[in-house]
Write a protein that binds this ligand. Sequence first.
Ligand SMILES: Nc1ncnc2c1ncn2[C@@H]1O[C@H](COP(=O)(O)OP(=O)(O)OP(=O)(O)O)[C@@H](O)[C@H]1O
Ligand SMILES: [Mg+2]
Ligand SMILES: [Zn+2]
Length: 640
Amino acid sequence: RLSKVLFFADDAQAELDSVEAELEMVELQISELLEKQTKLNSRKNKLLHILEGACSSAQPSGSCKPPKPSFSKQDLQHYEESDFSWSKEVQAKLCNVFQLSKFRPLQRAAINLSMSGKDLFLVMPTGRGKSLCYQLPALCSKGFTLVIAPLVSLMEDQLMYLKSINVPAVTVNASSTKEDSKQVLAGMTDKNSPFKLLYVTPEKIAKSKLLMSKLEKAYNMGLLACIAVDEVHCCSQWGHDFRPDYKLLGILKRQFPKVPLVGLTATATSNVLKDCQKILCVQEPITLTAPFNRPNLYYEIRFKHNEDCTHQIAELIRERYKNQSGIVYVFSQKDAEVVATDLQKRNILAQPYHASMEPSDKSLVHQRWSSKKIQVVVATVAFGMGIDKADVRFVIHHTISKSIENYYQESGRAGRDDGSADCIVFFGFADIFRISTMVVMENTGQQKLKNMVAYCQNVDRCRRAMMAIHFDEVWNDDECNQMCDVCRHGNDYITMDITKHARDVVAIVEMASSMDEKLTPLKVCDAWMGKGPAKYRKTIKVTSLSRVEVESIIIHLLLHGYFSEDFSFTPYTTHFYLKLGRKAALLKNGNHSITMKMRRGMSHKVSESAAEKSSAKVKGKRPADSDYRKSGVKKVKTLL
Ligand SMILES: Nc1ncnc2c1ncn2[C@@H]1O[C@H](COP(=O)(O)OP(=O)(O)OP(=O)(O)O)[C@@H](O)[C@H]1O
Ligand SMILES: [Mg+2]
Ligand SMILES: [Zn+2]
């Protein structure tokens, strides 16, 4: 009898185990669905919000973000007009001082709003002319405008420009001499207003009591006309280059409530702006958003084969962009040096630019490039704000950016003259993990990087649409005009069922962890392709997929939660290992399937860039091959 009881107990135990496992699976599925529901609901709300705004907004394209509900289409129209008491003066200064013939979209409205004393957030793509929206009003007002800017170099560029058009402007910053500072501080309360713009860094506001007390005096004398906070997204942790000192700028609106504040930025989602509003203590700002789309930029992603990347870049520069200026963005200072040297060896006039260079060397490189003495700057993100060269024909990313915001900003340095320009990203597997470990301490670093990776991995949605969704804009894919690789390749992708592959590769990571070992993504690739240590080879199912396919699948599984990152820290470096993600357990369920979109054949795609398209017509060149992803397929000469 005893053995019979034991037998039943065994049976029950086995069933209990399986029921529990099944329950666990169900819970996982529920939580997955709930998560999906939350996401969809939040997207639905956003879209409703955008639609509401689009209906009431003045932008015929409907791509304007909803301004404050109380700020209607009629209101905007009113501020677009030119019958304000200052309009004649504004128009005259636009022509005579700034030597510009007409306003660009939203500039006039922004100027009229701030001259009417309204607080304003102005979101306008990089290079569209935000500075004019506070510089011009400053010239038409009593006293001076205080400008907060994040970098001394950026201020100096602006001061140089203002000096060249005879607009009196000054700065006080850490490198000002005592004499200069004294003169500036005295000028602030001088009724004759010896200068119209005063540039300071946020640190100066936070640290200099003297400056604050002078501002107080100027305010009481009615001489503080306006406060402009440039690169206002720096206030918010959610913005892509948060600066702690920006957090303290709330003092300005608290101390000087009657002075209108204008915050300017090229990239800020509505969440970032809400945060900025809170931090700056602005009660009811009006937000003007210019369409983010840059119709003249061609966006393209290429798969990166490390050994080949610099070679391809050199070919592009020598052939497609002959005699044209451009930027190559790289990951690190070392990369900047190495890639620049590599390009030089291939007879390209290139120089590196990064944060550790002497300031004088940096400005020399900048100058040489601006005056076309060199063709290419090979730069880290340090080459950024304040770069205002009009005829940049290409921005090539040797390594992906760490977020879509960063990418938008960096690629946006191309084609400021409205001429066509190319933005090409070399999307490399290993780079993802280099960046991931670099941003490991940033709050939202991993999520932002994943968004960027998803942007690169995407093969079926217009790249402009991806950006639009990211920046909460309404977008109609037809407006791309085939100015991105996805639109140009049309429906040239397939939907692949990768469930079986996913099971195989997840099993590798599971096996390693059962042996108490951790695998980097590169090791997982190797193992899966049969190149790992012998001890693995016995148990794993080696795949016949190509390297690029293997990499794409691993990225897909990481983006979708079947894998997740497992960081390990040593005193010198951070390592990225793959571990099973929350969803890996779903693969145990026979019915679960995973699909993934891939470009058809994953090889031999022929694409044609914007610049190429026009020059091909003129010179009868054939379009360049690009995006050949299959390992082993190397194009040596892409152009005749
Ligand atoms: N109405 C206009 N017509 C023609 N050019 C203009 C006009 N307004 C501004 N510009 C030019 O556009 C260029 C970029 O302007 P600005 O530096 O203000 O850009 P920005 O919007 O601040 O960009 P970023 O986000 O990079 O700081 C400048 O060379 C400026 O002279
Ligand atoms: Mg600017
Ligand atoms: Zn497109």
